[in-house]
Design a binder for this molecule. Structure first.
Ligand SMILES: NC(=O)c1ccc[n+]([C@@H]2O[C@H](COP(=O)([O-])OP(=O)(O)OC[C@H]3O[C@@H](n4cnc5c(N)ncnc54)[C@H](O)[C@@H]3O)[C@@H](O)[C@H]2O)c1
Length: 390
C-alpha cells in the first residue's frame, strides 16, 4: 500500500513538474514574443544613422522653417552630422511629415511657433529659413509675408544677439528683381518694383538683409547671407505653379505639358542637396557678405519639358500657349564667389535630381489618391495679366 502511495506521489510530482515545465515554456514563449515585439518596435522606431560628435564639436542649432522643403533637408543633414537640432515652424507651408522620421530622437526637437513672436532658447547657430517661398504662397497673405520677413528676422537677430549665436539668413535671388544684368553677381543691387505683387517677398527679403548687416555693425552679431536661386527636389510643394513641379505633375497625370511661347526662355535649377551643402559650408565659413547659391547650368523651358516627358516616359504631348511678354528670358546665378571662397559648386546632374523628384511626386500622388485628393498643376503665375514661367 505504502509503495502505491509513494508511486502516486511520484506520479503527482511528475505531473506537477510537467505542468511547471509547460508553464515555464509558456512563459518563455511569452517572454520570447515580448522581446521579439520589443525588437520589432525598436526596429520600426529606427532613425536614420547619426554620427557621434563630442560635446565640444556638437552644436545646438535652430532651424526656423525647418519643416518646409529646404529646411527639412537641412534638418536631415545636421542631424546626421550629429548636432542637436531644434526646428521651429508654424506649418503655414511646412508639414510635420517632412521631419517625422526624427520625432522622438534625443537630438531633435520640433516647436510649433510663429517667428513673428519672440523666441527664447539657447542655441549656437540659427538657420533662418522661415518664410513662404513660392509666389502663390507668399502672395496669399502679403502682410503676413512682410511680417515674417521683417519682424520675424528682427526676432531671430535679437535671439542671436542675446545668446551670441551666428545667424544665416535664407535670402533669395529675388532681391535682384527683374534683373538688367546677366548673370547676376552679388554686387548687383537689383531692379525691384517696390509696389508690385511680388514686393512683399522681394522687399521683405531685402529688408531682412539690411537688418542682418545693421545687427552685425551695431551689435556685433555674426551673420551669413545666402542668396538662394531656384531649387527643386523631394518635399517641394507639388502644386505651387513652378515650372519643374508643373511639368512633373502634368507628365505623371498624362496631361499636356504647357509651354508659354516658343520655350526658348532659359532657367537654371539646383538640386536641394547641393543647396544644403552650400548653406552649411557658408554658415561655417568666415564670409559675412552675401553669397549666391544656385546652379549656373542653363536649360531652355522646352528642354526641361522634353527631358521630364522622357524621364516620366508617358505619352503626354507638349502644348504651346501664347508667349508671355514679360517672361524673363534668362535667369542664371554667377557663383564664382561661392566657388572661390567656399570651394562650393553644385554636383548633382539635372537628370539625376529630376528622377529623384519624379519618384517622390509619384509616391505623393499615390498617397494623396489614397486620401481622395488629386492635386492639379496650376496655370503659370500671372504677371501683368499674362502667364509666365517661374
Ligand atoms: N525653394 C527655393 O527655390 C528658394 C529660392 C530662394 C529662396 N528660398 C528661401 O529658402 C527658405 C525656405 O524655402 P522653401 O522652399 O523650403 O519654402 P517652404 O515654404 O517649403 O518652407 C518655409 C517654411 O517656413 C515656415 N514658415 C513660414 N512662415 C513662418 C512663420 N511666420 N513662423 C514660422 N515658420 C514659418 C513654413 O511653414 C515652412 O515650413 C525661404 O526663406 C525662402 O525664401 C527658397
Amino acid at each position: 500500500r505504502n509503495s502505491r502511495i509513494i508511486d502516486r506521489k511520484i506520479k503527482s510530482t511528475d505531473s506537477s513538474r510537467c505542468i511547471l515545465k509547460l508553464l515555464l515554456s509558456f512563459c518563455g514563449n511569452v517572454m520570447c514574443l515580448k522581446s521579439s515585439f520589443l525588437s520589432f518596435y525598436s526596429f520600426t522606431q529606427k532613425y536614420p544613422p547619426v554620427k557621434f560628435l563630442s560635446e565640444k564639436d556638437r552644436k545646438r542649432i535652430l532651424i526656423t522653417g525647418g519643416a518646409g522643403f529646404v529646411g527639412s533637408h537641412l534638418t536631415d543633414k545636421l542631424m546626421m552630422d550629429g548636432h542637436e537640432v531644434t526646428v521651429v515652424d508654424n506649418f503655414f507651408t511646412g508639414r510635420k511629415r517632412n521631419v517625422e522620421h526624427w520625432i522622438g530622437h534625443e537630438n531633435f526637437e520640433l516647436i510649433n511657433h510663429d517667428v513673428v513672436e519672440p523666441l527664447y532658447i539657447e542655441v549656437d547657430q540659427i538657420y533662418h529659413l522661415a518664410s513662404p517661398a513660392s509666389p502663390p504662397n507668399y502672395m496669399y497673405n502679403p502682410i503676413k509675408t512682410l511680417k515674417t520677413n521683417t519682424i520675424g528676422t528682427l526676432n531671430m537677430l535679437g535671439l542671436a544677439k542675446r545668446v551670441g549665436a551666428r545667424l544665416l539668413l535664407a535670402s533669395t535671388s529675388e532681391v535682384y528683381g527683374d534683373p538688367e544684368m546677366h548673370p547676376q553677381n552679388e554686387d548687383y543691387w537689383g531692379h525691384v518694383n517696390p509696389i508690385g505683387p511680388r514686393a512683399c517677398y522681394d522687399e521683405g527679403k531685402r529688408v531682412a538683409e539690411t537688418m542682418c548687416y545693421a545687427y552685425m555693425k551695431q551689435e556685433g552679431v555674426e551673420v551669413r547671407v545666402a542668396r538662394i536661386f531656384n531649387t527643386f527636389g523631394s518635399r517641394m510643394h507639388m502644386n505651387d505653379g513652378r515650372v519643374v513641379s508643373n511639368f512633373i505633375l502634368q507628365a505623371l497625370q498624362g496631361e499636356p505639358l504647357t509651354v508659354y511661347g516658343s520655350g526658348s526662355q532659359t532657367r537654371a535649377f539646383q538640386y536641394v542637396s547641393d543647396l544644403v551643402n552650400g548653406l552649411v559650408s557658408l554658415m561655417n565659413s568666415n564670409i559675412s557678405s552675401p553669397v549666391n547659391l544656385g546652379n549656373p547650368e542653363e536649360h531652355t523651358i522646352l528642354e526641361f519639358a522634353q527631358l521630364i516627358k522622357s524621364l516620366v516616359g508617358n505619352r503626354s504631348h507638349i502644348q504651346f500657349l501664347p508667349e508671355a511678354q514679360d517672361d524673363p528670358q534668362r535667369r542664371r546665378p554667377d557663383i564664382r564667389k561661392a566657388k572661390m571662397l567656399l570651394g562650393w559648386e553644385p554636383v548633382v546632374p539635372l537628370e539625376e535630381g529630376l528622377n529623384k523628384t519624379i519618384q517622390y511626386f509619384s509616391r505623393e500622388l499615390e498617397h494623396q489618391a489614397n486620401n481622395q485628393y488629386i492635386p492639379k498643376p496650376k496655370a503659370a503665375r500671372m504677371k501683368k495679366g499674362r502667364p509666365r514661367h517661374n
